[in-house]
Write a protein that binds this ligand. Structure first.
Ligand code: ATP
Ligand code: MG
Length: 800
């Protein structure tokens, strides 16, 4: 029984229809948020299948998360009314793992390679830095990790780096050595890091045209969602996959198979795949991971004869929400003008809220959620977004107290718990005997008397014999260690070897159960006196339950499949629509999603834009896009909130309204305030700071003076501000926040004895200076205004 498919063009507007119906080499759909890009991509796949313009196996669709991939697959199958097996709908990373598992043997890896997550990479980098004494050159794990990642996203390997490096600079020489060692260690461990998954696939295709041809022939239709966030490596992968196969390569490929299965062009080659990409340059928010908007801008040059379709009708949000989004994003330069419209009407006004503190803000959000829920909105249709994970604490506290069911996406971090990492390391060591990182992690877990000295002896033995650490475990009797530790190591080796033997055939749950039993892993936790260990034992059992569930979902699934799935879960994949909870997530995670009601918390300078973006070229523009992404997730209701003071890193800081709030036309927002702030001017938009004196007052005089800066601070708030200002003194966050909004004196240098003039305080003499770059503070004895402490960089002063 095959149900009749609904007409795939039903309800679509003319541009959307054109996109679904397009048959040709390359199509670019450029459109704003909520205009149906993802929907159109989905229908396009369904249309290709329904019209028999493609077999399922000829389709490769790339989404941004695994969750989005699963959804797209379900929708396609729903639209055409039958399962479309063989279709690849996945993230870039999953698609590449699949290719690499099949092909890694071409270039010195085996199919059971380990995928190093960022914690694994960092552990390896840390070791290398230590071994090479590289910290003497100022290298930190973070700086090295992000530099290597950046290089790989640009498809640079050690050789290309070394070619361009300046070897007169010792730091560059050392870095090249770190990079070289890191690359070698990965290869030895039969491991790829996250960036390698893409980069090595590109390398594979470029180095082995015969291998590339298999995929170039297979995928006739390649479709990419969220194209604005592809980086250079991902872009190159698409280029490789859409390349035509030359006649001689095609002939060779099919000669081996004994028949000609592909359609050839006039030259005898196989024409390149048809490519569809959809994106919105206003939603590009991953520049820090190497995403490159140029990929969109240059699409037409790179893919000649492409058709461009613009979609302008938004089907998601009310006009008020859209008008706010349009107004905000219009402040970015260098963008194509586009104006989203909707036919659903203005809807409710956006609600703005200013609280005293983040608790106040969280209380407001919780109260409003309660109101909406009573009004009939499901919890699952509401979401709270924030810029940084640290903001969840206040929200969670109040939600728990208010009995609001919620779920933090990307926040559970189940797989980051130590005991779960330990168990995963067991599974990894079983799957990939070459991986020393996994083996070292579990060598003494549970405790079996293997200390650092024994580990070093084993490692030396392995190095000396040029073999895997795992082999040395087996030969431990050659090391002359004590009988007890020797027996323990032999026991571990036997347990692992036994499991490795059945890695291709046994069920994951059975492998895991055997390991846990033989190592006494759970028993050791249960026997412990540490009360936390009971919870740890439960977590391990939860993992065991997950492997069972995996086995039910994938009857053929192997341990490798399980490890791959776990390595590739992303924050948004936690999402479970049926869960009946309010979703809490960062703005980055929110991309592509939609909710009836959206709360955007912490719309403050320093958070949004984030203080770290201040010094980055294009930083504030990228943060504005992030804000735009947040706003455009909302269907009916949008709430923008902020707190006047925010405790962070143990300090209380004064927070200023985000500059982006001023970009929203005032008539779109209905401002509300904390009930305790009755003295303040109700109903006005908080003004971003102005007429700031740059003064750091221990007396509280500067920041708290009559609310001149805020427009909402009179009455009780003055005390709060004074206290916060005091605490903020000298704090880097404070300086960064202030410098991003007000006057900037560059690197004005003051010395004791200098005469200066201040806009408010008149003339005075500098009596002391603490020179601390952008955070330098001068104490000034003013002729009439008394002694003041000023943050030099931002104070309205000039040297006389
Ligand atoms: P984003 O930029 O946020 O990823 P998008 O352009 O991918 O958004 P979709 O998520 O595809 O937009 O669509 C937004 C909403 O509009 C969805 O709920 C979708 O079902 C709906 N929609 C899209 N096209 C139409 C249409 N022609 N008629 C009615 N609803 C539509
Ligand atoms: Mg989309």
């Amino acid at each position: 029984f095959i149900p009749t498919a609904p007409d795939l063009l039903d309800g679509l507007n003319p541009q959307q229809r054109q996109a679904v119906d397009y048959r040709g080499p390359s199509l670019l759909i450029l459109a704003g948020a909520g205009s149906g890009k993802t929907s159109v991509l989905t229908r396009r796949i369904a249309s290709l299948l329904q019209n028999q313009d493609a077999w399922p196996s000829q389709i490769l669709a790339i989404t941004f998360t695994n969750k989005a991939a699963a959804e797209m697959r379900d929708r396609v199958e729903g639209l055409i009314g039958q399962a479309a097996e063989g279709m690849w709908i996945s993230t870039f990373h999953s698609a590449c793992v699949r290719i690499l598992r099949r092909e890694a043997e071409n270039f010195g890896f085996t199919k059971n390679f380990t995928i190093y997550d960022s914690a694994d990479s960092r552990a390896l980098i840390k070791r290398i830095i230590k071994e090479l004494d590289a910290d003497a050159f100022g290298f930190t794990v973070s700086s090295v990790a992000s530099k290597i990642s950046r290089l790989k996203n640009e498809l640079n390997d050690v050789e290309s780096y070394a070619r361009n490096a300046n070897f007169n600079d010792p730091a560059e020489r050392v870095f090249a050595e770190i990079f070289r060692t890191y690359t070698r260690e990965l290869q030895r461990a039969n491991a790829f890091d996250f960036d390698d998954l893409i980069g090595q696939t590109v390398y594979l295709f470029r180095a082995f045209p015969q291998v590339a041809a298999v995929y170039q022939r297979r995928f006739r239709h390649i479709l990419v969602d969220e194209y604005q966030d592809t980086n250079h490596a991902q872009y190159s992968l698409i280029r490789e996959l859409t390349r035509p196969v030359e006649a001689h390569v095609a002939a060779e490929l099919e000669a081996g198979e004994g028949y000609r299965s592909s359609q050839r062009d006039a030259t005898g080659g196989i024409p390149g795949a048809s490519l569809t990409v959809v994106g919105d340059s206003d939603q590009s928010i991953y520049a820090f991971r190497g995403a490159d908007i140029r990929n969109i801008v240059e699409f037409e040059r790179d893919f000649p004869n492409s058709t461009v379709i613009l979609l302008e009708q938004n089907y998601r949000s009310t006009q008020n929400i859209l008008s706010a989004a349009n107004a905000v994003i219009a402040n970015n330069f260098d963008r194509k003008e586009k104006n989203l419209f909707t036919t659903v009407g203005d809807g409710e006004k956006i609600v703005g809220f200013t609280g005293y503190s983040q608790h106040d803000e969280a209380q407001f959000i919780a109260d409003e959620i309660g109101v909406l829920h009573e009004g009939g909105m499901d919890y699952k249709d509401m979401a709270v977004f924030y810029r940084t994970n640290a903001q969840t604490r206040a929200l969670e506290e109040i939600f728990i107290r208010s009995a609001i069911p919620y779920r933090v996406l990307g926040g559970t971090k189940f797989y980051e718990r130590a005991e779960i990492k330990d168990v995963m390391a067991y599974l990894t060591a079983v799957a990939n005997p070459a991986d020393p990182l996994a083996l070292r992690r579990i060598m003494n877990v549970p405790k079996r008397g293997i200390g650092p000295a024994t580990e070093a002896a084993l490692q030396n033995h392995a190095d000396k014999n040029e073999q895997m650490l795992r082999d040395s475990l087996r030969q431990v009797d050659e090391l002359g260690l004590g009988p007890k530790v020797t027996a323990a190591i032999q026991g571990l080796a036997a347990t692992l070897d036994q499991a490795t033997l059945v890695v291709e055939t046994a069920k994951v749950a059975d492998i895991l159960e055997g390991l846990l039993k033989q190592t006494g892993f759970v028993d050791a936790l249960r026997a412990s006196r540490d009360p936390q260990d009971e919870a740890r034992a439960e977590n391990v059992e939860e993992l065991l339950a997950q492997t069972k569930e995996f086995g039910t979902r994938n009857p053929e699934g192997t341990l490798l499949d399980f490890l791959t799935e776990v390595s590739l879960v992303a924050a948004a994949d936690d999402l479970d629509d049926s869960s009946g909870t309010v979703s809490l997530m960062t703005l980055h995670t929110a991309k592509g999603l939609e909710y009836d009601a959206v709360f955007l918390a912490g719309v403050e300078e320093g958070l949004l834009p984030h203080q770290m973006s201040a010094g980055e070229p294009g930083g504030p523009a990228e943060e504005r896009r992030l804000f735009y992404v947040g706003i455009t997730r909302a269907r009916q209701r949008l709430y923008l909130s902020l707190a006047m003071t925010r405790a962070q890193f143990g300090d209380v800081n004064v927070a200023m309204p985000s500059r982006y709030l001023q970009e929203i036309p005032t008539e779109l927002i209905d401002w509300r305030q904390s009930p305790g702030m009755a003295n303040s001017r109700g109903g006005t938009q908080p003004r971003a700071i102005n007429a700031r004196r740059g003064e750091l007052g221990s007396s509280g005089s500067g920041l708290s003076s009559g609310g001149s800066g805020y427009g909402f601070s009179t009455g009780p708030s003055a005390t709060a501000l004074a206290r916060a200002a005091k605490n903020a003194e000298n704090k880097t966050q404070w300086a960064n926040r202030v410098t991003s909004t007000v006057r900037d004196n560059g690197d004005l240098k003051l010395a004791v004895g200098d005469r200066i003039r201040h806009d408010d305080f008149g003339e005075g003499r500098v009596s002391s200076v603490t020179d601390n770059g952008a955070k330098s503070i001068a104490e000034v004895q003013f002729d009439t205004a008394g002694r003041k402490r000023l943050l030099v960089k931002i104070s309205p002063i000039e040297k006389l």
